[in-house]
Design a binder for this molecule. Structure first.
Ligand code: ZN
Length: 260
C-alpha cells in the first residue's frame, strides 16, 4: 500500500514520552480535519527523525531559536526541506507558544519559527546557501512550487505549552493528582478547567501549577484520553492548530483519499 502522506513529526520536547505524546495529539487533530479518516500507518505514516540524527539537537533545548542558526539547526532545516520535497511529504513541528492565548501575538517562539525555521527552509528550497542535501536533491523550483512545499510545513503551537492541552484530560488528571496528594487547591483548579475548557489556555505555565503531583510525568497517558473534540470546540489554541492543518489542501487531500 503506497503511503498517501509521510509526515515528519518534530517536537521541541525531549524525553521518552515526547514523540508518542505528539503523535497521539496529532492523530486526534487529523481525525478532526477529516472525519472518518483512515489513519492506517501504511497509508498515513507519521515518523520521528532517526534517534541519533543531529537535527534533534537543534529541536531540543531551544537551539532552533538561536540566530544565526547553529550547525545543528542548518541540518534540521535540510531535513525539513528534504521531506517537503517529497511529493507526499509533510512536516509537523510542535513548539510551545510560551504565552497564554490572549498574549499569543507577542510569542517570540512563533516569530522565531517564521524568521528562522520557515525562512531558512524557504532559502534551501530556493536553492540558496550551503545545503546538507545531496546535489541530486538540490531543488530547482519555481516560486509557486516553493510556496506549495512550504504550505506542507505545519505547526502545533499550544498556548501556553503542551500541558495546556494534555491537562484537558481532566478525569485522568484528577486521578493522577489525587494519587499523589490530597490538594484542595488542585482539585479546585481541575474542576474549573473541566467546567470551562477555555481556561487552560489562559494558565501561565500549567506544568508548574501541578509541579508537586502531575507535572509532565504522565504526558503520554494524558494524551491517550485527550478530549480532542471538546477542546477543539472552544476555539482556543488547539482549534487554531487544527484549523491550520485543515487549511493545508495537500494534507486534506491526502487524508481524504478513499480507501481502496
Ligand atoms: Zn495535585
Amino acid at each position: 500500500m503506497a503511503a498517501r502522506a509521510r509526515i515528519l513529526a518534530l517536537t521541541e520536547d525531549s524525553g521518552r514520552q515526547a514523540q508518542p505524546t505528539l503523535q497521539r495529539i496529532l492523530k486526534e487533530a487529523l481525525k478532526l480535519v477529516v472525519v472518518g479518516v483512515d489513519l492506517n500507518p501504511a497509508r498515513i505514516r507519521i515518523e520521528p527523525l532517526p534517534e541519533n540524527d543531529r537535527a534533534l539537537n537543534a529541536i531540543h533545548a531551544n537551539q532552533w531559536k538561536a540566530h544565526p542558526p547553529t550547525r545543528d539547526t542548518v541540518i534540521l532545516l535540510g531535513a525539513i526541506a528534504a521531506r517537503l520535497l517529497e511529493p507526499s511529504g509533510f512536516v509537523v513541528f510542535h513548539f510551545d507558544t510560551d504565552r497564554v492565548w490572549s498574549k499569543r501575538e507577542s510569542s517570540e517562539n512563533r516569530q522565531k519559527f517564521e524568521t528562522i525555521i520557515r525562512s531558512g527552509v524557504r532559502r534551501i528550497l530556493q536553492g540558496e546557501g550551503a545545503l546538507p542535501l545531496t546535489p541530486r536533491a538540490r531543488p530547482s523550483l519555481t516560486t509557486a512550487q516553493v510556496e506549495a512545499a512550504l504550505s506542507r510545513l505545519l505547526i502545533l503551537s499550544p498556548c501556553y505549552s503542551v500541558e495546556s492541552w494534555l491537562y484537558q484530560a481532566t478525569n485522568d488528571l484528577r486521578a493522577l493528582c489525587h494519587d499523589r496528594h490530597d490538594s484542595e487547591e488542585h482539585a479546585q483548579f481541575i474542576a474549573e478547567w473541566t467546567m470551562d475548557r477555555t481556561r487552560l489556555d489562559e494558565v501561565h505555565q500549567p506544568k508548574a501549577m501541578l509541579k508537586e503531583c502531575v507535572a509532565d510525568h504522565h504526558n503520554e497517558a494524558l494524551a491517550k484520553s485527550f478530549p480532542a473534540e471538546d477542546v477543539w470546540l472552544v476555539e482556543r489554541s488547539f482549534h487554531e492548530s487544527v484549523e491550520r492543518l485543515r487549511a493545508c489542501t495537500a494534507l486534506v487531500e491526502a487524508l481524504s483519499h478513499p480507501v481502496t
